[in-house]
Write a protein that binds this ligand. Sequence first.
Ligand code: GLN
Length: 411
Amino acid sequence: MQTARRTHGFRESVIRGMTRLARQYHSINLAQGFPNFPAPEMLKEAAARAIHDDINQYAITWGAQRLREALARKYQAWYGLETDPEREITVTCGATEAMIATLLAVVNPGDEVIVFEPFYENYGPDTILADAMPVYVPLQPGHPLDLERLADAFSSRTRAIIVNTPSNPSGRVLSRAELEAIRDLCVRHDVLAVTDEIYEHIRFEGEHIPLASLAGMRDRTVTISGASKTFSVTGWRIGWIVAPAELTDAIRKVHDFLTVGAPAPLQEGVAAALDGLQPPFYEALAAAYRARRDLLFNALSGSGFICTPPQGAYYILSDFSALASLPRSGPPLSDTEFAVWLSREIGVTPVPGSSFFREGGGGSSLVRFVFCKTDDILEEAAQRLRSLSVISPGGFRNRASEPAIRSGLQQ
Ligand code: GLN
């Protein structure tokens, strides 16, 4: 049977594929970015109550009123952004749906969309599904955005730029100066910014500045975020979009026909958390992630990986080419070979770096590790990674088996 050509342009998600591999090898899954710790009680209780109270039918297609109102209050309190919950906020099935619904609603076939590289792997297929042409600009861990390359990427065909800050996988938090430079180019070329701010509360350096809050950007920015990372509920699939009313009208139509709406009782849980959780919750979230970042970063750099501490989000992109235990004869291991080997032999599963670059675009000596895990898991991963710093003439060391911890490692 033939399949549609639009699906031929992209591969299966490597992130989700590595999660399957981690299960198969009973390896610590530091591939897919989901927390293994509990969500705040307040969310769970409110969602359970909503189910018991029979809030079990469709919510309003663009989101439960209570959630949209809670979001409007939050954007005002956090960033001074005025939003109309009736006309400018749409609740979606995760930020993932928000991104594809937005692109389908605002991009025409043949339009160009600027994407920073390395990029979260969905952005490539998203632009292809929208029949658009991605144009890549580098955004490397620990490096400022190259503003000249960025300026060169804008053309008369540019319709949108996707801006993900804090960024997955580079860990960059874009500065005000960098965001202002993006703003100036968007205004000059009449380009729309589509932001992915899902890690807005997971930051270790700098401040989170929504592009929409910069002068001149409110009317040309689609702001995307969600509950998954802030409230550790990646399986709930609650995301949202804040956009000017005219854009929201188009986005809501796409959203409606794609999914009808996000789960009604879970929207109540998120609304309760937005209203109920106070600043100390967000401070504690960032502080706990900083400690996890430091633990994993020290383990990786102590084992011989070359990496930079991320400024935000919960990923570390690491260069493995200088590891002492790699085989020293034969061709260098590719990122995929190394990731599979690390999963099978060392018992720690990362994502191959090339999945964050266009085909042939780089990442062949990189892998990405997540640190959204409890200390026991990260410490066990650190111990396993330490064996990589030991020179082993044949390379390919065998993993010691630790059956006791395995049960806690899957998922
Ligand atoms: N954003 C997370 C990551 O990059 C989860 C991706 C996913 O599988 N939805 O790992």
